[in-house]
Structure formats: C-alpha cells, structure tokens
Design a protein around this ligand. Structure first.
Ligand code: NI
Length: 220
C-alpha cells in the first residue's frame, strides 16, 4: 500500500524546518549508499555529524511519527533518524531498493516528506516501479508518502531549481505489508461504522478482529 498523507507539517513548520536546514552542512549522498546504490545515487544529503543535526532530528521526528494516519497505517515500532536531501543541477537517484537493515532497524516502510513547492523545481518526482506500471509522486510541501521499502523506486532528474525532502525508514510492529493493509482496512471500517451510528455491535466485532489479528502478527 502506497499512502499519501497530507499536511503532516503545516506551512509554518515547513518554513521553520527549511530555515534550520540552511545551517546544516550537506555532503555527497553517495557516502551513505551501499555498493549498488552508489552507482545510481547523485544527490546531496545532510551531514549527520553536523552539530545541529541531532537537535533537528529530535524536533522533527515526533511531528512525523505522531501523525494519526501514519500511525494507524504503518504501526511504527522503531524509526531511523530523519535524513534530508537536496537535488539540483540534474541530480537524480536511479532505480534502487533501499537497504533492508539500517543499523539495528529493519526497513519495512520508507517515507518521504516533501519540503519544496512543486513550482520551485522541475523533475524530481519520486517514481515507484510496480508490476502494474510506474507511478510518480511530487507532493506539496508538508505532505508525505509512505510506501513498503520492498518497492523498486527512483528519483527523476531535477532539471530546474531544487528538490528538498526529509526521508527515513520505519520498522513496523507488523512486518508484512499485506497484513498491515488488512489491519488498516479494519481500522478504517470500524471508524466509518462508528461515524454512521447505530452499528456499535458491528464496530465492536471489527475492533475485536483487528486486535486479535494484531496479537497474531505483531513482533515487538
Ligand atoms: Ni530509496
């Protein structure tokens, strides 16, 4: 399930974040890529050894992780630190699969939070290569995409201006993407029954089923 989550950050927070990022050093993104990804990764990435970086991560991570839609769909257990990248001057990240382990964290879900307005740059779409065809995403600032890290994807070349994004990975309580989708569907179904009113019994049964499936599938 590829999920677009609107308004994870409001306009003011995006502005603050962009201002903070001007004080962080950006280095060649290939430094943090594995051998295969190095061949196709051409971007700039915030230096995680930068003095302001940890503070920045501590400030932004809860704003992403506490989003209710993100929480219910992704069931996050552990997060990597949030990374930041810039693409300009025809920079691109060719087709690749993200590393399965990020240190101690299994990357079940990747997320990308867009920080630049689409009018500021040309190209730079995040393209998912799925069996049914390619899907391209270029979202408004503060909007985020979360997708299974098992997906082959790329970033199209930026031919004008600069693409600025935050991104990272989540180890989910539920490893299997299809199982996570089932839990999310049940969550949504229960909410819409409760909104409709008069379906409390059905809502309870759906809630019970979701909880019991979670007990079967969760790996804390
Ligand atoms: Ni990637």
């Amino acid at each position: 399930m590829i999920l677009v989550i609107p308004d994870v950050l409001d306009a003011d927070t995006v502005k603050q974040l962009r201002a903070k990022l001007t004080t962080v050093k950006f280095v060649d993104g290939a430094q943090t890529a594995g051998a295969a990804a190095k061949q196709v990764k051409h971007n700039l990435q915030a230096d995680m050894n930068s003095p302001d970086y940890q503070q920045l991560n501590n400030w932004i991570l809860p704003k992403i992780g506490d989003n209710p839609l993100f929480e219910s769909a992704c069931l996050p257990l552990k997060f990597t630190r949030v990374r930041f990248s810039r693409y300009r001057d025809a920079m691109t990240y060719g087709p690749h699969i993200d590393a399965p382990m990020m240190g101690e964290i299994r990357s079940d879900i990747s997320f990308t939070l867009f920080l630049a307005d689409p009018s500021e740059y040309d190209g730079g779409e995040l393209v998912m290569h799925e069996p049914g065809g390619d899907r391209a995403f270029k979202l408004r600032p503060g909007h985020m995409i979360a997708y299974p890290a098992t997906t082959l994807h790329q970033v199209a070349p930026v031919t004008r201006g600069e693409r600025l994004v935050a991104f990272g990975w989540v180890q989910s309580l539920v490893r299997d993407a299809a199982n996570r989708e089932t839990l999310y569907d049940l969550y949504q179904a229960r909410l819409s029954l409760l909104e409709r009113g008069g379906c409390e019994r059905e809502a309870d049964l759906i809630g019970k089923s979701r909880s019991n499936l979670m007990r079967m599938w969760a790996e804390p």
